[in-house]
Design a protein around this ligand. Sequence first.
Ligand SMILES: *[C@@H]1O[C@H](CO)[C@@H](O)[C@H](O)[C@H]1NC(C)=O
Ligand SMILES: *[C@@H]1O[C@H](CO)[C@@H](O)[C@H](O)[C@H]1NC(C)=O
Length: 466
Amino acid sequence: MFSVLLPTNGLLVAALSLLLTRLSCSSLSLPDIPHIAAYFGTKTRYEEVNPHLLRDVFSVNASVLKPPPTERCSPVHLTAVIRHGSRYPTVKNIRRIQKLSELVRREASGGSADWLQDIQSHWQMWYTEDMDGQLVMKGRDDLRQLARRLSVLFPSLLSEENVQRGRISFLTSSKHRCVSSVEAFQEGLQQHWGRHEVEYSHEVDDELMRFFERCRGYVEGVENNRTALLEVEKFKHGDEMDRVRRRVAERLGLPHQRLTPDLVEAAFFLCSYELSIKSLHSPWCFLFDENDAKVLEYKSDLKQYWKRAHGHAISSLSSCPLFHHVFRTLDKAGRPRRSTEASPEPASVLVGHAETLLPLLSLLGLYKDQTPPTANNYHSQHGRSFRTGRIVPYAANLLFVLYDCQRGPRLQLLINESPARFPGLEQEDAPLYRDVRATYRHLLDGCDFHRACEGRTGGRGPNTEL
Ligand SMILES: *[C@@H]1O[C@H](CO)[C@@H](O)[C@H](O)[C@H]1NC(C)=O
Ligand SMILES: *[C@@H]1O[C@H](CO)[C@@H](O)[C@H](O)[C@H]1NC(C)=O
């Protein structure tokens, strides 16, 4: 990268040592992060949610575990529902990126801005269709590092012995990026104990981890139903997006009709991919200021809200099998035992998608703002809790921690390694498990996947109460 002349006089030596000092300082300081990195929705890096990890990926904050200090408690079970790590774009986005890069190379005439010259003369289209959504190296690291932090946070559950004896169950979606993620998680645990020969074990279970594609009512009523996603379409072609499109076209020196909303989004995602895959601050990022990024973030959040979350009750109901699976596991782990009985499963690790986590979080009643986001209320939604970049970045995780306490079992939720409270039980971080069960009684006794998914299709308006 650098060719250095041999110093022949004192001045050069001084200059050289100054250069070396600067190089070594910059390699110690934090990498250069695009100013719009927190607005990438489901394409956000985990580090944007937990920036302390940029300094130390293994830093663990044990005070996130909050059983009541007045009771003696010890964790007895962990269920972790985890999203796969950073990945390549899928084919659809790779094709858009291809189109965008050709357009900009051939037609952009935005003048002499450094970043535009960088794009036009240095940036190479390097994404190929065979990458289609696969986990990248950084994504493997996401899961390995998460596993190591969790084994520090829960040393008695994710212990070497429990893993060696196969007492921890690993379930995953069949998608390549998820299988690779569940393997990386196990590598992380093994590395933590200084082992290098990793024996992988996992089961594929799409009924649990890809329930959304098996729910006919959801597929027909929402996923393939343009009316169900009307708010997204309206916003995509509305004033806010149009202003972003014009600003971006102007910066590129393109007639704005040449730049469709999809291509604007492709450029935004390109900035996200270069960061999440290669830790690069891409020249494409300079196309957007913070206000543009907020509009594009809102567009993604609208889509997730109406497609995967509170927008339509059937989306969250489709996760009933996973909900029941989690609570059955917790029931077993919390049940009183005779000393002769085998101790319960210490941990269950379930790896899936943003599309797995969002419906489950919605079913639990989390991130439900008073006013739903729509195409028309962008300006009143700045304080919304439903921000997918905070909720489901790459390697997002929803942890159910069951404690054995003096007054009985207690349950705590952690989302992306931070404490979260159950809606309706906000007074306590770790309420009694029986109170959690009482709060979700209607789901524990109902929430019938087959009735919800195969029964009446259509006719479910937005926000139907469960
Ligand atoms: C650790 O977690 C606690 C509880 O969430 C939080 O209040 C505290 O600020 C965290 N400490 C650090 C250093 O992040
Ligand atoms: C499509 O969505 C709309 C709005 O939610 C709904 O009224 C309609 O019944 C849905 N169509 C089908 C076929 O489910």
